[in-house]
Design a protein around this ligand. Structure first.
Ligand SMILES: Nc1ncnc2c1ncn2[C@@H]1O[C@H](COP(=O)(O)OP(=O)(O)OP(=O)(O)O)[C@@H](O)[C@H]1O
Length: 289
């Protein structure tokens, strides 16, 4: 199974949100990483077929998703950034409703819903109304609904937004279990979300793909460019104007900082092993969340 985007482009008026994006997806987890406004949601919406491209195409094994129509939707699971839900529905009823909309056989759907509620840790609250759920629980319902039809292609837009640390770990484990036989694509602007789960990371900046590779290979991009230094408050302010700065740790009257720079930024700076976060800072600049 090979999902491809070929020169996929979306313009909103004279703004180009996605700019000639060509990517290949085969089995595994892909992290779509970029700051707010990079074009992640727009790219995903075109890939699931809810937003028509301005130009370019999305194909599955050589056939456009438009031509595939229902055949594509049958093997697709999608979690949008905002999960629309009905406050008065219970978790189970909501999933039954979506299962019916997807045309699933009710017997199969009920069995699947119980499995999924278990998988996302909501089995105990399946008869509670969604209006009483926390943001993280709603995200988990969003993940469950995307999995209802046991999709071969799973596209998740910011799935970890609003999850607490325990929920994040649970979510990462769910994805690792799921990814063996599927294409899983998830977007995020948080490096740590993709670091441990995505086999491949796509860096998206201003609608363009900057790079797509394993985290290991991406780290080579900044080899010899990451520095640790101890500075005063005044030096820190000066450096911030010149370089993208990563972690800043305050130690009594000085600061330990991480700088990404092509050349040695300070006399006392020492080169250190790069992380994916350094790549993010190098490519996108500034500090991330
Ligand atoms: N319907 C629309 N009409 C006009 N401009 C849009 C529309 N949707 C997105 N854009 C613009 O396209 C660009 C990319 O937006 P998009 O939502 O795809 O980015 P993103 O990477 O998903 O960011 P975020 O994480 O904030 O959702 C932004 O400048 C956005 O303002």
């Amino acid at each position: 199974m090979r999902l491809r985007t070929q020169n996929l482009t979306k313009n909103f008026g004279n703004r180009c949100a996605v700019d000639h994006v060509s990517l290949n997806f085969e089995r595994g987890v892909y992290g779509l990483l970029g700051p707010n406004g990079a074009g992640k949601t727009t790219l995903m919406r075109m890939m699931v077929g809810v937003l028509p491209p301005s130009s370019g195409k999305v194909t599955l094994d050589g056939v456009t998703i438009g031509e595939l129509g229902a055949k594509y939707r049958d093997i697709l699971g999608y979690m949008p950034q905002e999960v629309g839900y009905y406050r008065d529905f219970t978790a189970k009823r909501f999933l039954q409703y979506l299962g019916a909309l997807k045309g699933l056989d009710p017997k199969y759907a009920n069995r699947r819903i119980d499995e999924l509620l278990d998988l996302v840790g909501l089995a105990d609250v399946k008869n509670k109304k969604l209006g009483q759920f926390s943001g993280g629980m709603i995200r988990r319902i969003g993940i469950a609904q995307a999995l209802l039809n046991d999709p071969k292609i799973l596209i998740l837009d910011e799935p970890t937004a609003g999850l607490d640390p325990n929920e994040r770990i649970r979510f990462k484990n769910i994805l690792s279990e799921l990814s063996e036989e599927r294409i899983v694509i998830l977007s995020t602007h948080i490096v740590s979300d993709v670091q441990s789960i995505a086999g491949q990371v796509i860096l998206l900046k201003e609608g363009k793909v900057v790079n797509c590779d394993t985290t290991e290979n991406l780290r080579h991009m900044v080899e010899g460019k990451v520095w640790l230094a101890t500075v005063t408050h005044r030096e820190l302010n000066e450096l911030k104007r010149q370089f993208p700065i990563g972690n800043v740790l305050q130690r009594d009257d000085h600061f330990e900082i991480r700088i990404v720079s092509d050349s040695k930024p300070l006399q006392n700076a020492t080169a250190v092993e790069p992380s994916l976060e350094d790549v993010f800072i190098y490519v996108f600049g500034g500090q991330q969340e």
